[in-house]
Design a protein. Structure first.
Ligand code: HSE
Length: 311
């Protein structure tokens, strides 16, 4: 094959209480990467669209190119690739934008070279890319690569666990128009937490995983909101977080948490109508505060990255 185009989905990391260890892939939103063979070794970034010129074109600094380069290195490829990145996701938005680009690039490059690597084999390549822009955490890259809801207890394939997706779960994702770089949102976190907080947080993560296994969305919502460590530390980075949450609950959200490192707010809902209503209400609230916002009603996606074109 001469040319491969891959899609990788947006992801909601943390799920409130599972900092760096839980993430889910969402349906319909994501980034596209096209790659084709080049006789020159390495990765040439030919074009990036949808980023308003903000992303680095230098391969060593671009997350898609870093992931593709890492795959080429693993394959010991003597030839290189030309790469086109089409951003469907806003940058620094808490939707796993850098992860989606890295995953789409890794998946496309692997297929271009005959798909000798499994999805799990691609994990180190996408983690390298994620580390270069926002720290070495797999709660965006793993669900973008594999799909579904994922528990991450380490960075080897044996430590990445697919969890059940409850039936009838809808999501509202509202992104206020402010950028919160992940590195900045990680810098405000406490380095040490009291034992009491550890006990609470561990218990609530266990409750969340139990809720997924029994398919109890109300219990899932309850546990997601019980983070006492990360969200409080980041609250000041998200404009009007408390007020926006209140608006969400009044409009039918069961839980509203910061998606990843924010500023996107992810609300759990029982119907697509509720998710749309929450979208409208939070976006209208931000508009009244003179902050633009984009909103999507979606569902968790069992499918991770996919090939959309192979010519
Ligand atoms: N777990 C990461 C964080 C996700 O919250 O910093 C970043 O998207």
């Amino acid at each position: 094959m001469q040319r491969i185009r891959a899609f990788a989905p947006a992801t909601v990391a943390n799920l409130g209480v599972g900092f760096d260890i839980l993430g889910l892939a969402v349906d319909g939103l994501g980034d596209f990467v096209t790659v084709e063979m080049s006789s020159h070794p390495g990765v040439e970034v030919v074009e990036i669209t949808g980023d308003e010129g903000k992303l680095p074109r230098t391969p060593e600094k671009n997350t898609a190119a870093i992931a593709a380069q890492s795959v080429l290195k693993h394959l010991r490829a003597s030839t290189g690739i030309r790469l086109w990145l089409n951003k469907g996701l806003p940058l620094a938005s808490g939707l796993g934008s850098s992860a989606a680009s890295a995953v789409a690039a890794a998946v496309a490059t692997n297929v271009l070279f005959g798909e000798t690597m499994t999805r799990e084999d691609l994990l180190p390549a996408v983690l390298d890319a994620e580390e270069a822009v926002s720290g070495r955490h797999a709660d965006n890259v793993a669900p973008a690569l594999l799909g579904g809801i994922v528990l991450i207890t380490g960075h080897t394939p044996a430590e990445i666990h697919r969890l059940p997706i409850p039936e009838g779960l809808y999501l509202s994702l509202v992104t206020p128009d402010v950028e919160v770089p992940t590195a900045k949102a990680r810098a405000v976190l406490p380095e040490v937490i009291p034992l009491k907080a550890l006990v609470h947080q561990t218990g609530v993560v266990a409750e969340l995983i139990h809720a997924l296994h029994v398919g109890n969305i109300h219990l899932l919502a309850r546990s997601m909101q019980r983070d006492t460590v990360v969200e409080p530390a980041r609250a000041s980075l998200i404009p009007f977080l408390k007020e926006a949450k209140e608006v969400a609950y009044r409009s039918g959200a069961l839980a509203t948490v910061i998606s990843g490192s924010g500023p996107t707010l992810c609300s759990l809902c029982l119907t697509s109508t509720d998710a749309e209503a929450v979208n409208l209400a939070i976006a209208a609230f931000y508009k009244d505060e003179n902050i633009g916002a984009t909103a999507h009603a979606t569902t968790p996606s069992a499918t991770g990255a996919s090939i959309v074109e192979a010519l």
